[in-house]
Write a protein that binds this ligand. Structure first.
Ligand SMILES: Nc1ncnc2c1ncn2[C@@H]1O[C@H](COP(=O)(O)OP(=O)(O)OP(=O)(O)O)[C@@H](O)[C@H]1O
Ligand SMILES: [Mg+2]
Length: 332
């Protein structure tokens, strides 16, 4: 197999949620209160080949954005290794690190929130390439105009402010801003979720065109299976901070292996986050440390939950390029 462009090896991310005021006061009076540790990502492995489009799917809170942010370096790793073309990013510093960091960019869920309302498009899109010496102040306007053209916007609009654009246009500005530093990998976090269906299709087609034109690689995060099916070569399913299945797209939709993937596919037309019927340990958010108390996804699993709760199923290759982490695969 080709050398991976980006590889996350056994990565985890833990967040400590500090106590709120009431809990701090209760603690001061002797109540047993400890800061909660959220295991957002737990021992995940993800490898993305150059030119590949990988869709990352899972319900709300399963750790998709956290993993995406770890991929581009916006979150540090609590443990594990992040490699760019087999080089451990933690071993790099200075200009070497900056050069590789620029090669991976993130496109956010809400373009409006991530665009400074007081800045003109020329500065929003042209700020980073100017700072990194990819263009000069004199050339900036033309540089930005060519990027706007690339994403299907009128280059004459460079002097406008974000509020003067529609939602679809703002999504395109977000894409232009990411492309401005000539990245190789784009992590798109729910990049079309806020758009109307018709505009969504246009922006998805733009992503596909740009991929071909600029030889881009994508990690496409979404809870919309239709979107992911449309754009991805491979789909990775995340559940409670872990990757439970990874498969070429057509095979995943035809022959899902993991019970959770099957549940996700079955609920696809009405997939709404947080609606999957968890039986969480009372008062705790489901996470790798607090899994739901019963295997809802496969009640007939001969091993059922007791084995899952004491022994994590590992990702195994069950068909070429198709990996799944389920004890069911151990049953002959
Ligand atoms: N900065 C943070 N501090 C504390 N907890 C966090 C932080 N970021 C994320 N989390 C927690 O980590 C878990 C995973 O969050 P994440 O945003 O990665 O989920 P997600 O799969 O992207 O969800 P969604 O589909 O709703 O965007 C959640 O329980 C969330 O509350
Ligand atoms: Mg998210």
């Amino acid at each position: 197999m080709d050398k991976a462009l980006l590889e996350l090896r056994d990565v985890s991310k833990r967040f400590v949620k500090p106590l709120d005021t009431a809990a701090r006061i209760a603690k001061a009076f002797g109540a047993k209160r400890e800061a909660e540790v959220v295991h957002a990502v737990d021992h995940a492995n993800l490898s993305i080949q150059s030119g590949e489009v990988v869709g990352l799917v899972g319900e709300s809170g399963c750790g998709k954005s956290t993993l995406g942010r770890m991929a581009v370096g916006l979150h540090t790793l609590s443990s594990g290794t992040r490699c760019w073309q087999s080089e451990d990013m933690a071993q790099l510093s200075g200009s070497e690190l900056r050069r590789r960091q620029l090669a991976m960019q993130m496109i956010f869920q809400d373009p409006y929130a991530s665009l400074n309302p007081r800045m003109r498009i020329q500065d929003i899109v042209g700020e980073a390439p100017l700072a990194h010496g990819m263009t000069t102040r004199v050339e900036q306007k033309d540089y930005v105009a060519s990027l706007l053209q690339k994403v299907g916007l009128d280059p004459a609009l460079v002097r406008r402010f974000p509020h003067q654009f529609s939602g679809g246009q703002r999504a395109r500005i977000g894409i232009a801003r990411a492309l401005a530093v000539q990245p190789e990998l784009l992590v798109c976090d729910e990049a079309v979720a806020a758009l109307d269906v018709s505009i969504q299709a246009q922006v998805l087609n733009l992503f596909i065109e740009l991929r071909n034109e600029l030889k881009l690689t994508y990690l496409f995060i979404s809870h919309d299976l239709g979107v992911v099916r449309h754009i991805s070569d491979r789909v990775v399913i995340m559940y409670l901070g872990r990757i439970v299945e990874s498969s070429p797209t057509a095979e995943l939709f035809a022959q899902a292996n993991h019970p959770y993937t099957s549940a996700l596919l079955a609920s696809a037309p009405k997939l709404e986050v947080k609606k999957i019927d968890f039986v969480a340990v009372k008062g705790e958010i489901p996470s790798p440390l607090h899994p739901p108390s019963g295997c809802h996804f496969h009640p007939r699993c001969p091993h059922a939950m007791p084995r899952c709760s004491v022994e994590q199923p590992v990702l195994k290759e069950i068909a070429p390029q198709h990996y799944s982490a389920c004890h069911l695969n151990d049953v002959v």
